[in-house]
Unconditional design. Structure first.
Length: 645
């Protein structure tokens, strides 16, 4: 690609893809769709088309090697039928997160094939270098069959190894939690170790950015990804009874380098050698890919809820307001289409679906963090962002119990939904997502069925539903050293011998507990822990799951809380047919209403709570709908916790 790839995925039902996506229908006058309706219809299309682009089973990736992600099926104008280390790593990080949230044997096979493929790719000599000194790991792009691409390109690109390590670390943690520690240590860790060695050795050397256009400098996205990989790499090594001492010594220094991207004008200068303003979606993508749901609003790591991330969000988004015809007349504080950077000329320099969706995702991430923290803090750095959304905004900290918090929180929810609505407005009726959409008409442009676009859709849907990845340990790695250094250490590299995985590595039998709070709450999934180190285990996958809904809501005598939703079991949104919850656990200090309902495993449901007064008056909680995927695991019971919104 000319300007290429990162990928994501959400939490949706999975099935093998045996056919190509439907043909693209260009629609410029599509009516505005509600966010709920759009995401409900588009998410399964996006997941199907994303998997279709992965070799060798994907029908859209004919000729691609097993476990290799094709950026797009397009082979001409432009030719994106290659596999990028960055694209693949981000794709599979999200596939792993989806798998962890809801077990899928289909996704597990894809993950295993990816690991096997990457172990081979690490050893392929290429124009960036060889495996012996690790330099070849910085090669950005390979042919569809996994052989070296030897044409002219922007190389090296140093984000790929860090992102691949992060994807494999997430799967390793799942293996450990489910009793397959030896699989993680013997098959997955050797691949991770090579990538961590690359990061510790080469992080202070310059390279090309994620758009593959700016070389000879540092890129915000790359440095942020490198810091995260070293932090969680060191933690995984400890879990496996190993060490990554270089990770521990180098991570703080990488964090030092990350601070250099902040501009006193209130935004991130995304590349140090670009000759441009530096206002670039690179920085928004960097924040969402280092989002930690357990973190505070740390400015040093540019967490989504930090004042730096919010100020930068405004700067980047505003840079596109006046240059795109389709953004004409849209006021500040209202969502618009977002491109890569204002000076972009590739295919005419247009909005990208993935960047518009990333602008929404950062805000959903921030909402989740504020909900966890219990307050919103406005500083002088972020004040301009807030004033666009709420003219009376002022510097201060607002607890979640205050009306100001509610006003600010809801304003950000509305703003975030606006970016999704913008992407929906210019999505063809068949649901196919290209790379770009015209700055003048909104018609799809450039590569068709871009994997990155589909992944961005899935990720934003997951965050809006409150589904989040596990913490990567940001809270213990956000302090910037007083003295910074760019000295590195020499890495060691060994061929990872992995050609197959043990069979039947299914989740341990147990109860899965999910905590959620609508579109902006936390969502952490635990499938059970075990100290065993066996590599094989089996259990019976549940066909029906008893879901207990715990709702915290203040009520008065005579009122009843019911749950209604999209499923017939929930009354198909009919308030008279919903299920009443019980107040048997309600106390003065714990306003709990609860009820248990059985659903088929793997079903995706949308629901809301309603308050029914003694006279029959119905009060609905606020938008958006809650979305939940019933786990397809061995667990037969789960609990979902919500708070009235």
């Amino acid at each position: 690609m000319h300007s290429y790839s990162l990928l994501l995925a959400g939490a949706f039902a999975v099935q093998p893809i045996l056919a190509l996506p439907g043909s693209v229908t260009h629609v410029s006058d599509i009516s505005k769709r509600s966010v709920d309706t759009f995401l409900a219809s588009e998410s399964p299309i996006a997941l199907a088309n994303l998997l279709c682009n992965i070799g060798s089973a994907g029908a859209c990736a004919s000729g691609a090697g097993s476990g290799l992600v094709m950026a797009s099926p397009s082979k001409t104008s432009p030719d994106y039928f290659y596999t990028w280390t960055r694209d693949s790593a981000l794709t599979f990080k999200c596939i792993v997160d989806t798998f962890i949230n809801s077990y899928s044997a289909t996704l597990q096979v894809e993950i295993e094939n990816y690991i096997i493929a990457q172990a081979k790719l690490q050893t392929v000599s290429n124009p960036s270098g060889s495996f012996s000194d690790g330099s070849g790991l910085g090669e950005p792009k390979f042919n569809a069959d996994g052989t070296a691409f030897t044409g002219s390109w922007g190389r090296p690109q140093r984000d790929g190894p860090a992102l691949r390590a992060t994807a494999l670390i997430a799967y390793s943690r799942w293996l450990i939690a489910n009793g397959y520690t030896s699989t993680a240590s013997s098959l997955v860790w050797p691949v991770i170790q090579n990538d961590l060695s690359y990061v510790t050795q080469y992080w202070s050397q310059t390279g090309y950015d994620l758009w593959e256009e700016v070389g000879g400098g540092y890129s915000f996205f790359t440095v942020a990804a490198q810091h995260r990989a070293l932090v969680e790499g060191a933690a995984l090594a400890t879990q496996l009874g190993m060490t990554c001492s270089n990770c521990l010594t180098q991570a703080p220094q990488v964090l030092c380098l990350l601070q250099n991207f902040w501009n006193s004008g209130g935004y991130v200068v995304s590349n140090t050698n670009s000759g441009r303003t530096g206002k670039d979606a690179n920085s928004i993508l960097g924040s969402i890919h280092t989002f930690d749901p357990s973190a505070a609003c740390d400015a040093s790591t540019f967490q989504p809820c930090s004042d730096r991330a919010l100020a930068n969000h405004k700067s980047v988004v505003d840079s596109f307001r006046s240059i795109y015809t389709i953004n004409s007349g849209i006021a500040a504080g209202v969502a618009v289409a977002v491109g890569r950077y204002a000076e972009d000329s590739y295919y005419g320099g247009n909005p990208w679906y993935l960047n518009t969706l990333a602008a929404a995702e950062l805000l959903y991430d921030a909402l989740i963090q504020w909900n966890n923290i219990g307050s919103i803090t406005i500083t002088s750095v972020s004040l301009a962002f807030w004033k666009d959304l709420y003219s009376s905004a002022a510097v201060g900290t607002y607890a979640s119990s205050t009306s100001t918090y509610t006003t600010l929180y809801n304003a950000v929810k509305t703003y975030a939904d606006g970016f999704v609505t913008n992407a929906a407005t210019y999505t063809p009726s068949a649901g196919n997502l290209a790379e770009q959409y015209s700055r003048s008409t909104g018609a799809p442009l450039s590569a068709a069925d871009l994997t990155w676009s589909y992944a961005a859709l899935l990720t934003v849907a997951a965050r809006r539903a409150g589904v989040v990845p596990a913490s990567w340990g940001e809270s213990g790695a956000s302090s910037v050293p007083s003295t910074c250094s760019t000295s590195t250490v020499s890495g060691t590299y060994s061929t990872a011998s992995v050609s197959t995985f043990p069979a039947n590595q299914t989740p341990v039998t147990g109860v899965v507990t999910t905590t959620a709070s609508g579109s902006t709450g936390t969502a952490t999934t635990t499938t059970g822990t075990s100290s065993a180190t066996t590599t094989t285990s089996s259990c019976t996958l549940a066909t029906s799951v008893a879901v207990t809904f715990d709702e915290i809501v203040t009520t008065t005598y005579g009122q009843t809380i019911k749950i209604v939703g999209s499923d017939s079991i929930l009354g198909s949104w009919n308030t008279g047919s919903g299920t009443s919850l019980s107040a048997s656990g309600y106390t003065s200090s714990n306003h709990l209403w609860a009820g248990t309902i059985s659903f088929p495993a793997g079903e995706v449901i949308q629901y809301k709570y309603i308050n029914v007064a003694s006279d029959g008056t119905v009060t609905w909680e606020a938008d958006p709908n809650h979305t939940y995927t019933v786990p397809a695991t061995c667990a037969t019971a789960v609990t979902v916790s919500n708070t009235w919104q």
